[in-house]
Ligand binder design. Structure first.
Ligand SMILES: *[C@@H]1O[C@H](CO)[C@@H](O)[C@H](O)[C@H]1NC(C)=O
Ligand SMILES: *[C@@H]1O[C@H](CO)[C@@H](O)[C@H](O)[C@H]1NC(C)=O
Ligand SMILES: *[C@@H]1O[C@H](CO)[C@@H](O)[C@H](O)[C@H]1NC(C)=O
Length: 424
């Protein structure tokens, strides 16, 4: 990069010199630089324009305005990006999940596609198969290690006690590592495996995406910890995320796309279940302490990313401020064509249409017949919240559109260029 910069400055100086040298020929008007009418100046002007073109186009290649080639995506996360992991291990996310797009439960906690699906689509890749899904999976363009309810830190409770997935980030890394190792072995075992597994060099060229941390914050509240106590363990959570990213780098990963955590205080399952005083509710109806702790986490996550850039010299790491995008959508729902931002589309009763004992897809047996109690609202496409915890496909699409061009990223580069390390 430094070398490129020298060459660039050198060419600039060269052009400046040439300009002064030919200035008398180019005539006194500076505008005449761009029209070549006098015969005698045609040649020199062409040289000048050519060099000008070199200078103008140079930064675009140097500073990464070239699209990356991502042959695969490896995703780590929680329900925000689970495409079937928890369903494969603990039972399918029930109907009406998937109703809008897949028209059948698809392992996603949404009526349709997730942000990770739109990311895959936009890179021209198929939707990611869940690593744990042993039926119909195709990992030729990546794998998804996320499961709903995953945390960064392993929890000391079982899934039946607390609802948090035992497949925490450290386990997801172990699975990734084993996936990588076994891929190398099985690529040598014939054509069938080659059609189902990533190529060897896909591991270094892939985009590694992370969307995890939200459940680490809520897990403390579930154990009745105070906000101060939750904040106190955030550094431990982040140091474990640091280790995982470093380990992925150690396995050859170079391009990282890291989502920060969303405004959890705007989600019905928080608003319904935790007592917040009127003074703790902001003007849009969100619970301030929960959002503050999310922002506390995000500030430190951003600093962690800066540290990782220093420690991993070949890594291109993009920090994506999903918090701001989600909060904007919720606080200005109407402006963007949505309504009832704090009310679940699929649920059963209460102020937020959320009942923790009757979550989206819950059934009841009435007169010997199973009846769907917690069903979808009539038009999920104008709603933001799907089931009290997750976003609708329409909201996910909107979120993806905001983040994909780099407007909410640090460094501010589009998704398609996330393989370029920005040192300037
Ligand atoms: C689980 O327990 C261990 C040992 O007491 C502790 O170090 C760790 O922080 C606990 N994890 C969580 C998520 O509370
Ligand atoms: C897996 O997906 C890739 C890309 O979509 C495709 O080329 C390949 O044939 C698929 N493998 C099988 C066994 O269907
Ligand atoms: C948290 O407090 C609630 C209400 O007091 C209680 O029912 C629950 O058992 C407590 N949870 C834990 C993990 O201590």
């Amino acid at each position: 990069m430094i070398l490129f910069l020298y060459i660039y400055i050198y060419i600039c100086i060269l052009i400046f010199r040439l300009y002064w040298h030919y200035k008398p020929i180019l005539s006194s008007s500076s505008l005449s630089l761009f029209w070549l009418s006098p015969m005698e100046s045609r040649y020199s002007s062409s040289v000048f324009l050519f060099l000008l073109w070199v200078v103008l186009s140079f930064p675009s290649s140097t500073f990464g305005l070239r699209s990356c080639h991502f042959p695969a995506i490896f995703n780590f996360g929680d329900s925000n990006s689970d495409t079937g992991g928890l369903s494969a291990a603990f039972g399918q996310a029930p109907h009406p999940n998937g109703v809008t797009y897949f028209h059948t439960p698809s392992g996603r906690y949404s009526d349709g596609r997730l942000v990770i699906d739109f990311i895959a689509e936009s890179l021209g890749l198929p939707y990611l198969s869940a690593y744990l899904d042993s039926v119909g999976s195709n990992f030729s363009h990546g794998a998804n290690f996320a499961t709903a309810g995953s945390t960064i830190r392993p929890q000391n409770t079982t899934i039946s006690q607390s609802g948090y997935s035992p497949i925490s980030l450290n386990v997801q890394f172990i699975q990734f590592s084993d996936f990588h190792r076994r891929t190398q072995i099985f690529l040598k075992k014939g054509e069938l495996f080659k059609k189902l597994l990533p190529k060897e060099d896909s591991f270094s060229q892939a985009l590694y995406t992370f969307d995890i941390g939200q459940n680490d914050l809520t897990a403390g509240y579930k154990l009745n910890l105070t906000t101060e106590q939750v904040k106190a363990y955030v550094p431990d959570v982040l140091s474990q995320l640091y280790n995982t990213i470093k380990n992925v780098y150690g396995q050859g990963g170079r391009s990282f796309w890291i989502h920060n955590t969303g405004p959890v205080g705007c989600l019905p399952y928080i608003l319904d279940r935790y007592l917040v005083t009127a003074a703790q509710i902001d003007k849009y109806g969100c619970a301030t302490p929960f959002n503050e702790v999310a922002q506390y986490f995000n500030i430190r996550l951003k600093a962690l990313v800066a540290q990782l850039r220093k420690d991993l010299p070949e890594a291109a790491i993009t920090y994506v401020d999903v918090y701001s995008v989600k909060y904007t959508l919720i606080s200005q729902a109407k402006k963007y064509g949505f309504k009832l931002p704090l009310v679940a589309c699929c649920g059963h009763g209460g102020k937020y249409n959320f009942n923790n004992n009757m979550r989206c897809g819950s059934k009841k047996t009435i007169k010997g017949k199973e009846v769907l109690i917690a069903k979808s609202c009539s038009n999920p496409s104008v709603r933001i919240n799907w089931d009290g915890i997750h976003f609708t496909e329409a909201a996910n699409k909107w979120i993806f559109e905001q983040i994909s061009d780099g407007s909410f990223s640090d460094p501010p580069i589009p998704l398609k260029m996330a393989c370029h390390r920005m040192d300037l």
